[in-house]
Design a protein around this ligand. Structure first.
Ligand code: SAM
Length: 221
């Protein structure tokens, strides 16, 4: 247990702080979430390596640096209501739960959503609500969101997500094709009709599959 704690503190120092993550709240949140509780069974010893790791349903738990980068880019100071699209293991939702009062999160695979909810409950993260569905449509009943983080890459920015941002809100989303170049974008809502876009650099994510995402493969549900 103590070894994991040491590894976690070292990860935050080496992989995050030294590589430019400056937001003290984000660094503190990353120090508090036990990543070993979110990796697939048998992968615990790799939990603090600088890498995404495989989880069920052919998906991945995001690389810690990317989680921190996205959380920092979302500017989560004094925010109440955050949406995550693409829950996967639940790790990013757990980090976000330390940075805002409420996290709503959507995962298209029911089995992943269920397992993520179990992990978050076991850790007492009671401010996260997860549902199964197509996150490209957002979660209208919970909107408007101060920030939206999308943990999978689609070919375009889903209109529903832009519309569910509060004025002044931030949408952090990778855009691009599977196995092709992807860019991490931060979209800020200026007013009802105007948005600013910033390119935060190249990334690599699994595809965002849905009505406003990549096409659904024939074989998956
Ligand atoms: N942030 C997650 C973590 O820390 O474990 C990693 C998520 S993984 C890179 C991306 C997830 O997005 C996958 O679990 C995938 O099933 C999910 N996903 C893809 N398209 C989706 C959609 N339209 N709605 C909701 N989830 C989606």
């Amino acid at each position: 247990m103590r070894d994991y704690e040491c590894a976690r503190h070292e990860m935050v120092e080496r992989q995050l702080a030294r590589r430019g993550i400056k937001d003290a709240r984000v660094l503190s949140a990353m120090r508090q979430v036990p990543r070993e509780a979110f990796v697939a069974e048998g992968f615990e010893e790799f939990a603090y390596e600088d890498a995404a790791l495989p989880i069920a349903e052919g998906q991945t738990i995001s690389q810690p640096f990317i989680v921190a980068r996205m959380a920092e880019a979302a500017e989560l100071e004094r925010v109440n209501n955050v949406l995550e699209v693409g829950v996967g293991s639940g790790y990013t939702s757990a980090v976000l739960s330390h940075l805002t009062s409420r996290v709503s999160a959507i995962e298209r695979h029911a089995a992943l959503a269920k397992k993520a909810m179990e992990r978050l409950s076991a850790l007492g993260r009671n401010n996260v609500e997860i549902r199964t569905g197509d996150g490209t449509k957002g979660w209208p009943a919970k909107a408007p969101f101060d920030a939206i983080i999308v943990s999978a890459a689609g070919p375009t920015i889903p209109m529903a997500l832009k519309e569910q941002l509060a004025i002044g809100g931030r949408l952090v989303i990778p855009v691009g094709h599977e196995n092709g170049p992807q860019r991490l974008l931060r979209i800020k809502r200026i007013d009802d009709n105007r948005y600013d876009a910033e390119d935060l650099g190249g990334v690599m994510f699994v595809p965002l599959i849905g009505d406003e995402g990549a096409q659904r493969p024939q074989s998956s549900g």
